[in-house]
Design a protein around this ligand. Structure first.
Ligand SMILES: Nc1nc(=O)c2c([nH]1)NC[C@@H]1CN(c3ccc(C(=O)N[C@@H](CCC(=O)O)C(=O)O)cc3)CN21
Ligand SMILES: O=c1ccn([C@H]2C[C@H](O)[C@@H](COP(=O)(O)O)O2)c(=O)[nH]1
Length: 264
């Protein structure tokens, strides 16, 4: 995860001070890319301890099409609490757009099933895309999608994924997002009979919140450990049948947690 630490240093060195919606203030750069070869290990930050449980449950929750935080809370995951209404609803966020994009003529499109079918049937297609930025729905969402699109690519029997984010909380959000899309790529690869290739992150407004600066400085004093590996213990019939217990991250050696306030 040297590339991630270099990104943090890049923001510290080149970032411009900006105000932001949450009133916290950031330093920010615009337009960056990171690449991870998934054969080299599972890309989890090792210079602080990451809560894998939150990351894995959140992805399973997206894939189930759910947009209510009940499932997360039942599994001890609190990362979406601040954005939900009194009924736990977030509006038509990721899960809804991924699994049930509503069309003007009243149909519902399951983008995840579709993209997996396409990868199997026509791996060389250049249209393996999933989109969460539904222009008609954005105003009803508790938070407009930050990771708003992703694309798959097949070559040499390997599946690569590029995901794009418009806005990046580089200290708290990005480590979660990288691990989450790495997991998704491994799952889709397994379902399609492919190996996991590269994971590419593309970022727009890539920022560090002003109240994360000390935490970032501390993290940059730490030496990364070798990457852990992801173990998927079985191959279910479909991408929607994975359970939390099917995954294990082995050999995750990390420095201690670094606490930081989340900007709401
Ligand atoms: N400002 C902000 N940053 C984000 O990364 C973010 C949002 N808002 N809003 C929506 C989701 C929620 N996400 C979150 C929310 C909280 C943590 C967080 O507090 N992480 C802690 C540990 C939390 C846990 O117990 O899992 C961390 O130390 O990584 C991470 C991602 C990512 N997104
Ligand atoms: O998966 C996520 C979700 C959110 N974020 C961050 C990026 C920003 O810091 C905030 C969103 O605020 P906006 O004003 O809507 O840009 O949440 C993230 O990094 N990863």
């Amino acid at each position: 995860m040297k590339a991630y630490l270099e990104l943090l240093q890049d923001i510290l060195t080149n970032g411009e001070k900006k105000t932001d919606r949450t009133g916290t203030g950031t330093i920010s750069v615009f337009g960056r890319q990171l690449r991870f070869d998934l054969a080299q290990g599972f890309p989890m930050v090792t210079t602080k301890k990451l809560h894998t449980k939150s990351i894995f449950h959140e992805l399973l929750w997206f894939l189930s099409g759910d947009t209510n935080i009940r499932y997360l809370q039942e599994n001890g995951v609190r990362i979406w609490d601040e954005w939900a209404d009194e009924n736990g609803e977030l509006g038509p966020v990721y899960g809804s757009q991924w699994r049930a994009w509503e069309t003007v003529d009243g149909r519902s499109i399951d983008q995840i099933s579709k993209v997996i079918e396409q990868i199997k049937r026509n791996p060389d297609s250049r249209r393996h895309l999933v989109n969460a930025w539904n222009v008609a729905d954005v105003d009803q969402m508790a938070l407009p999608p930050c990771h708003f699109t992703f694309q798959f690519y097949v070559a040499n029997n390997k599946l690569s994924c590029m995901f794009t984010m418009r806005s990046i909380d580089s200290f708290l959000g990005l480590p979660f997002n990288i691990a989450s899309y790495a997991l998704l790529t491994h799952m889709v690869a397994e379902q399609c009979g492919l190996e996991a290739g590269e994971l590419i992150w593309s970022g727009g407004d890539t920022h560090i919140y002003q109240n994360h600066l000390e935490q970032v400085e501390l993290q940059l004093t730490r030496e990364p450990f070798p990457l852990p590996q992801l173990l998927i213990k079985r191959k279910p019939d479909s991408i929607f049948d994975y359970k939390y217990e099917d995954f294990e991250v082995v050999n995750y050696q990390s420095h201690p947690t670094i606490k930081a306030p989340i900007a709401v």
